[in-house]
Ligand binder design. Structure first.
Ligand SMILES: [Zn+2]
Length: 434
């Protein structure tokens, strides 16, 4: 079985190397924006937008005398990759499935934005359409493919093209596998390098034989069917006050002025800091769970109605009430999805199984006698079955139901599940059943 893994390190270019790198990421951003403007024209003319069409237009840009710098200050491979990224952004936009999911999640509609076409008419920028990139976003990157052809690694240094030469990176772990591509990114002034590797491994057999059900929540990030709880790392909370203050200050500054830029960089730094902490934390949790359990059962987040009972009446508080409030919710949504994704690929690597089940009634069902009733859920934390009087923590009860549902999915397939194909089959089955 082939597995892909990325190894990311802090990159430490010297001053001259930074100049070249800045030019490279800058021209890649420039090409993205130019191509995006062009593709809006194509969109308005009902022209077909795909990778080949867009890649073919790179030459036009390079030959434009106004954009002379592209010839000397860009990397051809990375420009092509950037344009391919744009093409896949468009294909997501054209994918009806993605739109259906967006509708389901009922994301807040932002203020309408428009793009002015060459003939003076405007088109409305719709949700999911690719967006223009700004330098002030503080987030730039280029990707090079055919690593062996253009780059190589020497100890803790990587040789990069365009006369950059050998650049030091903080090699904190060994890079295993064949490097296929390399991404160099700059986030809030910090450079990093990520090597995309491919490795062939024998079909792994998970060392453990246990199964676990997991309930995802707000106050307890994870409740497991064996009675464990893991708290969320509220990296956001502790930085919230600081962030709010900086944002207030930003609003008083002249847009895109020197001071504004400076302030904006500070804000981005905090955002990245928060994201890093959360990311690390989720990695630790998911690695641990994945190592210890051959089968992990979670609720299918795509089916979980995030807004369900979120408004919460005075009598019956929904489990998402707190999280509904603005940014907190957004971060949590992302956290859950990210966590399930991590569990999924980590199980895949370990030869384990991840089963996503329909979340229906998992919180209202008695895990002892299977009686389903709204009244079972006495409060946010307490579960008491109206039929058999079984009392438990509500999240623990839900986690046990989730595990049971996972077993049910497996037995519907017939026999105990081993390996990847089973998981995919069961997923299909669930989707049909819901
Ligand atoms: Zn009961």
């Amino acid at each position: 079985m082939k597995i892909n893994k990325a190894y990311k390190f802090r990159l430490e270019p010297n001053v001259e190397q930074q100049v070249i790198l800045n030019n490279l990421v800058g021209s890649a951003r420039f090409v993205w924006n130019q191509m995006l403007a062009m593709s809006f024209e194509m969109f308005a003319n009902n022209e077909f937008i795909n990778a080949t069409n867009l890649v073919n237009k790179i030459m036009d840009l390079k030959n434009n005398p106004d954009f002379e710098f592209l010839k000397s200050h860009s990397n051809a491979v990375s420009l092509q990759q950037k344009v391919r990224d744009l093409a896949s952004a468009w294909s997501r936009f054209f994918d009806p499935k993605v739109h259906a999911r967006l509708k389901e999640n009922k994301k807040k509609i932002r203020k309408l934005k428009f793009f002015k076409l060459a003939d003076g008419t405007e088109i409305q920028l719709r949700p999911l359409m690719p967006r223009f990139k700004r330098k002030s976003d503080g987030c730039d990157s280029i990707r090079l493919v055919q690593f062996d052809k253009y780059c190589r690694i020497e100890g803790n240094r990587v040789k990069l093209p365009n006369g950059i030469g050998l650049v030091k990176f903080r090699k904190s772990q060994d890079i295993i596998g064949t490097i296929k591509n390399v991404t160099i990114s700059k986030k809030s002034g910090r450079w990093s390098v990520s090597f995309g590797c491919e490795r062939e491994i024998e079909n792994p057999i998970h060392p453990s034989k246990t199964a676990i059900g997991i309930d995802l929540g707000i106050t307890k990030l994870i409740s497991t069917s064996d009675g464990q709880y893991i708290k969320p790392k509220n990296s956001f909370k502790s930085n919230q006050v600081k962030l709010a203050k900086l944002q207030r200050q930003l609003s008083r500054k002249v847009l895109f002025s020197q001071n504004w830029q400076k302030q904006n960089r500070k804000i981005q730094k905090i955002h990245h800091h928060i994201a890093n902490i959360r990311h690390d934390y989720l990695h630790k949790i998911t690695t641990n769970i994945s190592k210890n359990h051959a089968m992990i059962v979670v609720e299918n987040l795509k089916v979980v109605n995030m807004s369900q009972s979120a408004s919460g009446s005075a009598v019956q508080h929904g489990r998402n009430v707190k999280a509904k409030s603005g940014l907190n919710k957004l971060i949590l949504d992302q956290g859950w999805g990210m966590m399930v994704d991590m569990l999924e690929y980590k199980q895949h690597w370990q030869g384990g199984l991840l089963i996503k089940i329909n979340p229906r009634y998992t919180s209202q069902t008695c895990s002892q006698c299977q009686h389903i009733a709204k009244e079972n859920r006495r409060s946010q934390a307490r579960f008491e079955c109206v039929k058999c009087r079984y009392v438990a923590n509500a999240d623990f009860n839900a986690a046990r139901n989730i595990l049971a549902a996972g077993h049910a999915v497996l037995s519907a397939e017939g026999g105990c599940g081993k390996g990847r194909p089973m998981k995919q089959k069961t997923c299909g089955l669930r989707e049909k059943a819901t």
